[in-house]
Write a new protein. Structure first.
Lengths: 351, 615
């Protein structure tokens, strides 16, 4: 329905955030996805998180690969530059963009085909390099745009809409991200915005490689009985280990929590993450523990969601490369070119 | 004794060292080449090496050439045979009347020699073993000892060699004196036991001038530093790895902020070539100057992204150090075999700009220019080196930079321009040159953002599958490519001394062999006008050059006459008028090959009228 121009007018009394932007300023074009698609809820959550964080919309670069999920950056942050790149190659494009200008916020949007199949390598390597980004996989276990083939995150034994049983083992991107050193790892469900919005907000505020796997049912091809990525199945098997509130800047912790139930994590930039424990044994600072926990629960058929791991003192690729604070794309010939005197000296050394 | 008289030549001969790779011979051999340069005599050295680290045969060839012929000559006048594995072939490759230098510690049966060459035995192992006990020292100093013996045999000034050793081991006195000692061990033995010098001699001259001795890959990497590249992403592949390694070294020297020590560059070794080009495209999209270096197999992997760069109009610089293909081919042998695969890389209708440097000086210039061109044209620019230019030290005119030069960042719409109310259409051709304006991400809170995609879109970057909208965009891209014609380095023409109906077109590393071949051909009475192509798209002078001649030879280093195909295809030239001269065995093309191929063709013409030959 892209032929319908989205009206720009809005209610004059619409609430504004700290920067004076309304919710509408974070929206994009009208979605062309199927009505009821889980991805549209994720789009709404991204809009909400950016509004809540009072991010200047144009300071975000949204980069995606190819597929239904990768189309979504057109549907949020209409004043941001977007890049719908090559299938499975969002991570490399994002890495390059991030190296060019460390001052923007990088939002990588991908799908399970894009990140677990064709782009599995790029997913892995961007995580292990610690690129400062928020990497969201809109995970529906199925190839939507090509009409319903299994993806690599489809669980073994789950059934396709046509009744075929998947015999391949599933890739758990969260487990891989943990193993590869992601410093912020979460899983959520597109049907649970109250859980998802703060997770996206916290990931954006995290310096380092943030990864969020969002189970996002495909209404057209993967929402039937026998699917393990359907709305019903995910609701029944969702095992949330915690609930998150993100507190930015000077905001005091105003939410009332029962003593002992809340863990406050302070990130580099001062953002406080208030974690309400739902599972008393779960420690989001224990990478190894998280891996074991995930595997144990997966074996029981449970989908563990929440903030699974965070390292508040993480660093990123720019730290590793020790690059200047000034974005590289602003450096001119004065800063970059050694000049003729240096060249004459070099010439002399080569004789 | 042989009836063949030994070759006698001053400052004009070829020495070839046959070694085992991993034996440490490379630095001694390079020292040999450099020491001749210090005599004011040009040399042209070439590494001939296997795709292997230790144990396989490797050769180092030094052409000593007072006349300054920097192409490979072919043939060997003095063979330094240090590798028993290749002995028979090495001995067989010596020119009649040539010389064989070998380690005579163990006696060799006479059947292992040739009657028509002079044999020079030096008991290298014996000398080494009586002086050194450490096995590694024995290995390394053996190389310096043969260098010392060659000093005596070729009449090199030992002071100049010592001076070079002194520069190499500056501050490492112990290494310095032990190397000088080894040099004299070899030299003294030769002076006392052999007739020195032999027929081949080096005599001091003044033909080197202010030229520098540098590898093309290092020069290209330096071009990237001077050209303002800040992001480099690469994946190791022979023969291109040394571009990224040299870029790293140059950046460490020139690109650290003096106050903070921080890096004004970012280098990432990608997980593969796909990631490397992806990083380049992401960085360029975001307004940084970025490049990758690779070779044929890497180009094959990058083609999807190259199509994106073409269609979504994102700058990228790819340095392709060509090697012999197809497939893995001959990874350590040279060719010019990616002309077609780069010119038309990727699916759909695509065309890309190619630059063809002839030597390190042009590699430097074209590498720097590639970043201006990439940003001006908003597309991929290929800098097409090959192994011969890239991985060999070449005597080259000094590198030059004009300090007044400013980078051409191309058409970038700024926040101020947007605020002035300038109409921004990402794919809108406002100037008629086919080049639209772009904005960098993060430019303006409400204006100038757009969605970059590899799918079809209209002039304002809105998704569209309308046939007319698609065709409009594709036609603009053709217009842009026409604009490129006048921006890229022009072909250089050199006319024969006498008016002639025949011409020759060549490019890249063929250059020095071609220059030399012209002289050889002239001595046979064949005169040719020359045109060296330096870029694709072809300037109009290419078509006029062909039109001005009855027919034109196209000399290139691949099997399928790829440049000729490209000329025929792009300029609508009758293929009969372009005669292919093809060298593709993986060795660098030689003047002898060109002169004999063209000469034979020309001789043949004198017998048969052209009309008959082509009917």
């Amino acid at each position: 329905m892209t032929y319908i121009a989205k009206p720009k007018f809005h209610h004059p009394g619409l609430k504004k955030n700290e920067l004076g932007y309304t919710h509408r300023d974070y929206e994009g074009k009208i979605s062309t996805l199927c009505a009821g698609c889980g991805h549209d809820s994720i789009t709404a959550s991204i809009i909400e998180a950016c509004y809540e964080l009072s991010i200047a919309p144009h300071r975000v670069a949204k980069i995606s690969g190819i597929g239904c999920s990768s189309k979504t950056p057109d549907y949020f942050l209409g004043n941001s530059h977007g890049f719908n790149s090559v299938h499975g190659r969002m991570p490399s494009v994002l890495t390059g963009a991030n190296l060019a200008n460390r001052d923007l916020i990088y939002l990588g949007v991908s799908g399970d085909g894009d990140s677990a199949s064709i782009g599995f390598g790029q997913f892995a390597h961007s995580i292990r390099r610690g690129v400062n980004m928020t990497y969201i996989v809109e995970n529906n276990g199925v190839y939507g745009l090509t009409k319903g083939q299994f993806s690599a995150t489809a669980d073994r034994g789950s059934k396709s809409k046509k009744g075929v049983t998947n015999t391949d083992n599933a890739i758990d991107l969260v487990a891989i991200a943990l193993q590869l050193g992601a410093t912020f790892v979460a899983r959520s469900f597109s049907g649970d915005k109250t859980q998802l919005v703060p997770l996206i907000a916290a990931a954006i505020r995290h310096k380092g490689a943030s990864f969020i796997d969002v189970i996002s049912p495909c209404i057209a091809f993967n929402n039937h009985a026998g699917s393990t990525k359907s709305f019903d199945y995910v609701r029944e098997h969702n095992d949330a280990v915690n609930r998150l509130d993100v507190l930015v800047g000077r905001d005091p912790i105003s939410v009332d929590y029962a003593p002992g139930t809340v863990q406050v994590v302070e990130q580099h930039d001062g953002t406080k993450l208030a974690l309400r424990k739902l599972d008393a044994d779960y420690d989001p600072h224990d990478r190894l523990g998280a891996q074991t926990f995930l595997q144990k629960h997966a074996a029981k058929g449970q989908i563990v969601t929440g903030l699974l791991y965070v390292d508040p003192d993480a660093d990123d690729l720019h730290t590793h490369l020790d690059t200047v604070e000034t974005p590289l794309n602003t450096l001119d010939e004065k800063a970059l070119c050694p000049g003729s005197a240096a060249l004459d000296k070099l010439n002399a050394s080569l004789r | 004794m042989s009836v063949q008289s030994p070759i006698s030549s001053v400052n004009d001969f070829v020495v070839r060292f046959a070694n085992v790779n991993g034996s440490g011979s490379a630095s001694a051999n390079e020292l040999f080449a450099r020491s001749i340069l210090r005599h004011g005599v040009p040399v042209s050295p070439r590494n001939i090496f296997p795709s292997n680290i230790q144990g396989l045969p490797t050769w180092y060839e030094v052409r000593v050439t007072e006349a300054g012929h920097l192409g490979a000559r072919g043939g060997v006048d003095l063979m330094v045979a240090m590798n028993p594995q290749t002995w028979d072939k090495d001995v067989a490759s010596i020119e009649p009347g040539g010389y064989l230098f070998y380690d005579s510690t163990k006696p060799m049966p006479t059947s292992k020699f040739r009657e028509d060459i002079s044999v020079i035995g030096v008991p290298l192992t014996a000398i080494t073993n009586s002086t050194y006990t450490d096995p590694r020292q024995r290995q390394l100093f053996k190389n310096i000892i043969y260098l010392g013996a060659l000093c005596a045999l070729l009449d090199l000034d030992p002071k100049l060699v010592e001076q070079l050793i002194g520069e190499q081991y500056k501050g490492k006195e112990k290494l310095l004196s032990s190397n000088v000692h080894a040099l004299h061990l070899g030299r003294d033995w030769a002076l006392q036991n052999l007739k020195c010098p032999i027929g081949l001699r080096v005599k001091k001259s003044d033909k080197v001038g202010d030229r520098i001795f540098i590898e093309g890959n290092s020069a290209a990497a330096l071009g990237a530093v001077y050209g303002g590249a800040t992001v480099c992403a690469w994946y190791p592949i022979t023969p291109s790895s040394s571009v990224a390694e040299a870029f790293t070294a140059h950046c460490k020297k020139y690109r650290h902020d003096p106050a903070t020590g921080k890096a004004k560059y970012a280098i990432v070794q990608g997980e593969d070539e796909l990631a490397s080009i992806g990083i380049v495209i992401g960085a360029s999209w975001n307004g940084a100057r970025a490049f990758t270096a690779t070779s044929g197999p890497g180009i094959s992997l990058m083609t999807e992204f190259i199509g994106l760069s073409y269609f979504a109009e994102i700058p990228a610089v790819i340095m392709n150090i060509q090697r012999a293909g197809p497939s893995t081919g001959m990874p350590t042998r040279t060719q010019q075999c990616d002309v077609i695969s780069c010119a038309y890389a990727s699916h759909g209708d695509t065309k890309h700009v190619l630059l063809f440097p002839e030597d390190p000086a042009e590699a430097f210039e074209f590498a720097a220019a590639a970043f201006d061109l990439a940003e001006r044209l908003q597309t991929t620019i290929f800098v097409m080196l090959d192994l011969d230019i890239g991985m060999n030290h070449r005597l080259s005119r000094p590198l030059k930079w004009d300090d007044a030069r400013q980078y051409d960042r191309g058409k970038v719409m700024t926040a101020d321009m947007l605020d002035e109310g300038r109409d921004f259409g990402r794919y809108l051709d406002v100037d008629g040159d086919g080049i639209p304006y772009r904005t960098y991400p993060g430019t303006h809170p409400t204006k100038g953002s757009y969605f970059t995609r590899g799918t079809s879109r209209d002039r304002y970057a809105r998704y569209s599958e309308e046939g007319a909208v698609y065709a409009d965009n594709m036609q603009r891209l053709v217009r842009k490519f026409e604009t490129a014609q006048d921006m890229v380095p022009r072909p250089l023409q050199a006319n024969a001394a006498k008016p002639t109906k025949y011409g020759v077109i060549y490019f890249g590393s063929t250059s020095p062999a071609m220059d030399e071949a012209i002289g050889l051909l002239e001595s046979r009475g064949h005169h040719l006008d020359r045109l060296r192509i330096r870029a694709f798209p072809f300037h109009s002078s290419v078509a006029s050059f062909i039109a001005d001649h009855d027919f034109v030879y196209v000399v290139e280093q691949n099997r399928d006459a790829q440049l000729r195909q490209l000329i025929v295809n792009e300029n609508g030239i009758d293929p009969v008028r372009l005669v292919p001269i093809l060298h593709y065995d993986g060795t660098p093309i030689t003047a002898r090959f060109i002169a004999s191929s063209i000469g034979d063709h020309q001789d043949h013409l004198k017998v048969t009228p052209l009309r008959k030959a082509v009917s």
